[in-house]
Ligand binder design. Structure first.
Ligand code: NAD
Length: 332
């Protein structure tokens, strides 16, 4: 990893909803320049080109990967394409912003990690929740909580939503649960050691995807977490994303889509309120700094692997009725 000078030309692969959020965030950041767009539906790539500017639109990812003018690619496609695209991008020497989940299986995540390590590119997993100021403050206020409660409960996803497809998406828990698992670890300040869970298909009966999960996690540092994930309905006052951490006489509540944090030191409480979700912009600023400084970003491939490994271990725990130990690769 070498230092490099911004601005960096970026290529977008997958011109859908999350790519648009990245592009909106990037507009506020000097140093990342949208340059090329790729989508299997060429009209989507063309329309991004006319909206956000740049050099060209294409249906062929290799055009971006072979283009020496492109420094980094954003992989914003459906989950079944993450592994081949991420591996190819690393092998082409492109820095990668990889949308979550890194991949749907631990084996694929490891394959991506190996490609990233061998190529030496800057590889970031897009866990945008981590970059919200309310989360950063929680880490400072309560770095080693006794336990964490993590909830990502969505309104019911449409049955024909691509992420509900077992191959393209894997369902709600594999799609969104990685955010909950990642933040449970991050707020706890530790890797997980063991997990037990109950899960099933409760919201989309008749389909084969797991859409509801509750898990109990024991961390390597002795902390615990209770995690709930699903799309059976949300509580408006807490919102889809709600997290609590308690310990050492202190407590933290993160809610309102992580736009509000409440921090109680045992005597008095203070609030941190964000005018909007800032995770996407701050995640992109972190990616820019990591490329410019030639260092690993705060969320790398191992974090993506860890989150998928936790979901998969939770599924196994529910199936076998036995807690599962987690064996993760060392920090690179
Ligand atoms: N970080 C977050 O909070 C967050 C939120 C939503 C979605 N996501 C993730 O972003 C990714 C994309 O989700 P989305 O909601 O933007 O989906 P989307 O359907 O809106 O967009 C995906 C686009 O990728 C294109 N595509 C599919 N395969 C391709 C390929 N092989 N090459 C080029 N283009 C291809 C599709 O045609 C589509 O236009 C997923 O990994 C999803 O989980 C992350």
């Amino acid at each position: 990893m070498a230092n490099a000078q911004p601005p960096f030309n970026i290529g977008i692969i997958g011109c859908g909803a999350i790519a648009r959020q990245h592009l909106i965030a990037i507009q506020a950041i000097d140093g990342l320049k949208p340059y090329a767009y790729c989508d299997v539906h060429p009209d989507r790539a063309e329309s991004f080109l006319s909206e956000y500017g740049g050099g060209y639109a294409t249906a062929a990812p290799n055009r971006l990967l072979d283009d020496p003018a492109i420094n980094a690619v954003y992989i914003c496609t459906h989950h079944d394409t993450h592994t081949p695209l991420a591996v190819a991008a690393c092998q082409a020497g492109k820095n990668v912003m990889m949308e979550k989940p890194l991949a749907l299986t631990v084996e694929e995540c490891a394959e991506i990690g190996q490609a990233a390590e061998q190529s030496g590119v800057i590889f970031m997993t897009g866990f945008k929740l981590r970059y919200n100021p309310v989360v950063l403050k929680s880490r400072e206020f309560l770095p080693n909580p006794t336990f964490v409660m993590a909830q990502i409960m969505d309104t019911r996803w449409p049955d024909d939503f691509w992420a509900q497809d077992p191959v393209k998406g894997g369902g709600n828990v594999l799609s969104q649960g990685c955010h909950a698992m990642d933040l449970a670890c991050h707020l706890s300040g530790s890797d997980p050691a063991e997990i037990f869970a109950e899960c099933g298909t409760r919201s989309h009966t008749g389909t084969e995807v797991i859409d509801s999960l509750v898990a109990t996690i024991r961390f390597a540092n002795g902390g615990f977490a209770s995690v709930a994930i699903g799309d059976s309905g949300t509580v408006p006052h807490l919102s889809k994303f709600a997290f609590q951490a308690v310990g050492a006489g202190r407590s933290v509540l993160l809610h309102d889509r992580l736009q509000r944090g409440e921090y109680f030191d045992g005597e008095s409480s203070e609030s941190l309120v964000q005018p909007c979700e800032l995770g996407m912009e701050l995640e992109n600023r972190e990616f820019l700094s990591a490329i410019a400084e030639g260092r690993r970003p705060a969320t790398g491939w191992r974090d993506g692997l860890r989150a998928t490994a936790m979901i998969r271990a939770a599924f196994r725990a529910a199936e076998t009725r036995a807690a599962q130990s987690l064996h993760l690769p060392p920090n690179p």
